[in-house]
Design a protein around this ligand. Structure first.
Ligand SMILES: [Mg+2]
Length: 214
């Protein structure tokens, strides 16, 4: 039976409640040009995708000029960073979970469709950066989630196999990515569900499943 050796977290919606921040930051940038993403579209279609992907979709569906993508992307990152500086704070349950898992010997990583600068800023502001052995952003891969590349890369950096890896994910693109990479997946609906107890239960379950298939 293989023991779980690593836990890889998605960031948005798992360690950080950033959905609102991304939504607000992108809309602030889009509004300058008369475009807007509705809350409904954000939740059902855009959530969890990289900004550049969202912009491509807006160009295809609503005629957003492609020549604005670079500028909008930069502006969105500036707005996100402003919001994060004002609102991103440490959460006890996450610091507790990551510090305890780390002390128990698990290797920890974050694999997110966000850009590296956003991930580093949010992990720093939430006091989680020090627990992480690997961080993979959408700039470190050719294809973002739902492609499995980002989780494959994170597992390679942590020197672990899919069978000994638990991924914590909150949305369809990320779950598809982690499953296609072959890892065990713990699905959460929001950051409140990310606790040491729940992760430990999922680790035990994953190890039991492997035991029965072995
Ligand atoms: Mg997510």
């Amino acid at each position: 039976m293989s023991k779980i050796q690593a836990v890889i977290f998605d960031m948005d919606g798992v360690l950080i409640d950033a959905r609102e921040w991304h939504y607000e930051a992108l809309n602030r940038a889009l509004n300058l040009f008369g475009f807007n993403i509705s809350r409904y579209d954000h939740l059902v279609t855009f959530d969890g995708l990289p900004t550049r992907k969202k912009l491509e979709m807006l160009s295809r569906e609503y005629g957003l000029p492609a020549k604005l993508h670079g500028f909008l992307n930069d502006l969105k990152q500036v707005y996100t960073s402003e919001i994060v500086h004002a609102q991103c704070k440490p959460r006890f349950q996450h610091e507790f979970a990551l510090s305890r898992l780390k002390a128990e010997g698990y290797r920890l990583g974050v694999a997110s469709n966000s850009v590296r600068r956003s991930i580093e800023l949010m992990m720093e502001k939430s006091s989680l950066a020090g627990y992480l052995d690997a961080v993979v952003s959408n700039q470190d891969v050719e294809k973002a989630k739902p492609d499995p590349e980002i989780y494959r890369k994170a597992m390679a950096l942590l020197s672990v196999e899919p069978a000994t890896t638990l991924v914590v994910e909150d949305n369809a693109h990320g779950i598809a990515s982690a499953k296609a990479a072959g890892a065990h997946v713990m699905v959460v609906s929001n950051p409140n569900e990310v606790t040491w107890d729940r992760i430990t239960d999922c680790i035990k379950l994953a190890e039991t499943k492997q035991g029965t298939h072995a």
